[in-house]
Design a protein around this ligand. Structure first.
Ligand code: MOS
Length: 812
């Protein structure tokens, strides 16, 4: 594998203006030669030139450190929930293993635990007959636990449903005993529904996090009927499982006062804490929607439940609102001792969520010059009887191209399977396969270059609202990626390009993702020794968020990075929104900045009222934090440490939330990108090799180019998996996932990954948010599958409309 070094291209427009505030905030611009390594042992001293240039641009010292926890991660000292061998509260840790149903529907007739209980070390086996009764849970939008709570009755909803939990002294004893539990089933009254059947579909009220199931503008039906040129096709995508390296894992412990502490790999500590508090009736009263909206939890939560989140070994949307922490807490209650539960890889397929299959009917209409007048997208989305989550396939479609008439429409079929849920770039990852394949077909239909057809339909304004974009550099993305892959030397005729025995094809697709800010809170504390701590219960799921947020805390406090520490991963800290939707850097960064503003006000009031301070009598509003000092516009200033010490303060802190920042946007906001790919296809075997994949992305301000680049490349690799490999197959007789392990659920490995390049186009997005950040966690995956399918068509003349693009489909 050769992953090229990133290139960061800044948009010229507004560049100087954009740099200005950072320069002002820090007082000086570092030239590349004078970048100081101030991040201690975390920085390896050798900075790539790019990073140096970047640091110079940002006008501060060490704004682009390497991942702060890199040393712990490469030396193996970084702790994940699966690694923990001790309970967070007093008590000898027990281990649990899950018994899952082997029938999808019907009910449990009998559970014989005799042989299992005879296994040495087994303490108890919890079933629906004796498990703690749980109250309704209503936390995450679309959360499975709102519909289904485990071990409450004898009813079966899916194959793999947890039906018993063994608690033993060791994990091996528990697993051995679990295998000996004998279950008798009553057959279902009707065979379970296990195929995505259009005739059984229903129209949901809302999709995703509460977006409408139907979005419309103009008169799409009439526009399509009367369009000069028309195209209609259906595209299919398969179920995908997240397969985070760390499987689901939880340690739950109750103390004598009836408080629950859970260590958990999750993307949403507060959401899961709240769900547990609801389930065990621990006195939380507020509707969770209000918690999410206000960005603060009620105090009762922290008195009764504590969630501790160590490093999380990948999440991708699959680690929140899960069943396993609930089971661990139930077992710990029953057993009267702390319980650790780790799912096996196979169990993660049926006890953790996945992305459901989709079928999308796309209709495009327009004129012979390629301009679209109408887009119609009708999505049938696979769902389960235990889930309210509907993949928001049409979420971004209305923002994609400038066309007057449009409708996106969702229908869903509920199968007897475990619950699907969010997965990296929910909705848009599968939507853009269909839409951008259709756009490629449209380009050939009207006889235009695929890139040209997109430029002709470029949305200069946000097409649904008519608002101006806060910023949009998609044109620059197209240009940068097209140049890089040599798009102009592509012969447009399908099947016309060759290299040795291979056919060669070039394909491209547009990528986009929403900009999301969620309400969150943070606390910052300045210490009299010149250090600072920023705190929020956020999560490090491998994305590098902790590093980016430490950088933003240093920026907000006007301190060098090595003076600032971030506290995270614990519900004893201020409320953090979920780490999802590519929203963490912006959401938590904004909360830290808000808290820092409060703290600055406190310091400023202290200084201006202090006759000894050089800032005495000044307007506190005009003061700012810079390089460890509180300074005025005219250059007077005082070191914060001096100010604190003189006032006998060991530290000063402030807490703030961002709920009031989340008004109705005056601008259209989205991140955009372009994916270009070159493939080689062997005409004899149908084998597809990706030669090169080039993506260019514009996601606002880049806080840490190294980590942003990793996010983008990771997403792009996943997109290749979506294109060529990923498909979890359901046995339509039993409802069991057939390839539920990493030897048969194919994912990209080193040898499959080609030359990948991610280009970052930096934008001035301060119209979108004063921090200028959009988000880059998910956009990298979007559009890759379509670009590959389009390149395969260009190479072979064969259009594959069902993912993954496997040899059998190509050779059929
Ligand atoms: Mo991501 S699917 O928004 O966790």
């Amino acid at each position: 594998m050769r992953v090229q070094a990133f290139r960061s291209v800044r948009v010229d427009r507004g560049h100087a203006a954009y740099a200005a505030p950072f320069v002002r905030r820090t007082g000086s611009i570092q030239t590349p030669g004078t970048v100081r390594s101030t991040a201690g042992p975390h920085v390896n001293g050798r900075l790539p030139d790019q990073t140096k240039r970047r640091a110079a641009f940002m006008g501060t010292v060490m704004r682009t450190p390497n991942r702060l926890e890199a040393r712990e991660k490469v030396t193996g000292t970084a702790c994940y929930t699966v690694d923990l061998a001790r309970s967070p509260v007093e008590g000898r840790l027990a281990h649990a293993a899950v018994v899952q149903s082997t029938q999808a529907t019907g009910r449990i007739l009998s559970i014989d635990t005799t042989a299992a209980l005879a296994v040495p070390g087994v303490q108890l086996i919890m079933t629906h007959l004796d498990a703690p009764r749980l109250k309704p849970i209503n936390t995450l939008p679309g959360g499975e636990l709102a519909v289904f709570r485990p071990l409450q009755d004898d009813q079966l909803h899916y194959n793999g449903q947890p039906i018993a939990l063994v608690v033993a002294d060791t994990a091996e004893q528990a697993q051995r005993a679990a295998s000996l539990v004998a279950v008798g089933y009553a057959p279902p009254a009707h065979p379970p529904l296990l195929v995505l059947d259009e005739t059984q579909a229903e129209t949901p009220d809302v999709v995703g996090a509460g977006e409408p199931a139907v979005t419309e503008r103009g008169d799409p039906d009439a526009a399509f009927t009367t369009a000069d040129q028309r195209l209609e096709q259906e595209y299919c995508t398969q179920p995908h499982h997240h397969n985070a390296l760390e499987p689901g894992a939880a340690i739950a412990a109750w103390d004598e006062a009836g408080r629950l502490t859970v260590q958990l790999g999750t993307q949403y500590a507060y959401g899961d804490a709240y769900g547990l508090a609801q389930a065990f009736d621990l006195g939380v009263k507020k509707d969770f929607k209000a918690v999410m909206k206000t960005g603060s939890a009620e105090p009762a939560l922290n008195e009764k439940v504590r969630l501790i989140v160590p490093f999380v070994g990948g999440a991708f949307g699959g680690k929140k609102g899960n069943i396993h922490p609930l089971l661990a807490a139930m077992a710990a209650k029953q057993a009267g001792r702390p319980v650790k539960l780790v799912l096996s890889r196979r169990q993660t397929f049926s006890m953790m969520p996945f992305r459901g299959a989709t079928r999308q009917r796309i209709r495009l209409g327009g004129s012979a010059d390629g301009r679209l007048s109408v887009m119609l997208q009708e999505a049938l989305v696979q769902n389960s009887t235990t889930s309210n989550f509907i993949e928001p396939v049409g979420e971004m479609t209305p923002k994609l191209y400038a066309c007057q008439h449009l409708r996106t429409h969702h229908r869903t079929t509920r199968l007897a399977i475990n619950a699907p849920s969010w997965m990296r770039a929910p909705g848009v990852a599968v939507s853009q396969f269909a839409l951008e394949s259709a756009m490629d077909e449209w380009a050939y239909h009207v006889g235009l270059d695929p890139l040209e057809v997109r430029l002709r339909n470029y949305a200069e304004h946000e097409p649904q609202s008519g608002h101006e974009w806060s910023s949009k550099s998609l044109r620059q993305c197209y240009q940068a990626a097209a140049e890089r892959i040599d798009w102009t030397q592509r012969n447009p005729a399908p099947g016309s390009m060759h290299e040795n025995q291979f056919r060669v094809g070039y394909g491209m697709a547009t990528s986009l993702y929403h900009v999301a800010q969620m309400a969150a809170s943070a606390r910052v504390r300045l210490n009299a020794d010149g250090t600072a701590v920023a705190s929020s219960a956020t999560h490090e799921i491998g994305q590098g968020g902790m590093t980016a947020l430490t950088q933003l805390a240093a920026e907000a406090l006007g301190l060098p990075l090595d003076r600032v520490r971030l506290e995270w991963g614990d519900t004893r800290l201020p409320y953090s929104s979920l780490t999802a939707s590519s929203s963490t850097t912006l959401s938590i960064g904004a909360a830290i900045h808000a808290a820092a503003r409060q703290l600055k006000h406190k310091l400023a009031r202290l200084a201006v009222g202090d006759p000894v301070s050089p800032l005495n009598g000044l307007n506190p509003e005009t003061l700012r934090l810079c390089e460890g000092r509180l300074v005025s516009e005219t250059g007077q200033g005082e070191a914060i440490t001096v100010l604190l010490v003189r006032h006998g303060l060991a530290s000063l802190e402030a807490e703030a939330g961002t709920a009031d920042e989340l008004g109705k946007p005056a601008y259209g906001r989205a991140a955009f990108g372009a994916q270009f790919v070159r493939v080689r296809v062997d005409p004899l075997t149908g084998r597809i090799r990706i030669d090169r994949l080039v993506g260019a992305f514009a996601g606002g301000r880049i806080v840490n180019p190294t980590l942003a680049h990793s996010q983008l490349v990771g997403g792009m690799i996943w997109g290749l998996g979506q294109a060529l490999m990923e498909e979890t197959r359901l046995d339509e007789g039993t409802g069991r996932w057939m390839n539920a392990d990493l030897s048969e659920a194919l994912i990209m490995t080193q040898a499959d990954v080609p030359d990948i390049e991610a280009i970052m186009i930096e934008e001035d997005d301060r119209r979108g948010h004063p921090l200028g950040i959009k988000g880059l966690g998910e956009i990298g995956v979007v559009g890759v599958a379509a670009a590959v399918a389009n390149a395969v068509f260009h190479a072979t003349g064969k259009r594959i409309r069902t993912l993954p693009i496997t040899l059998d489909k190509l050779m059929a």
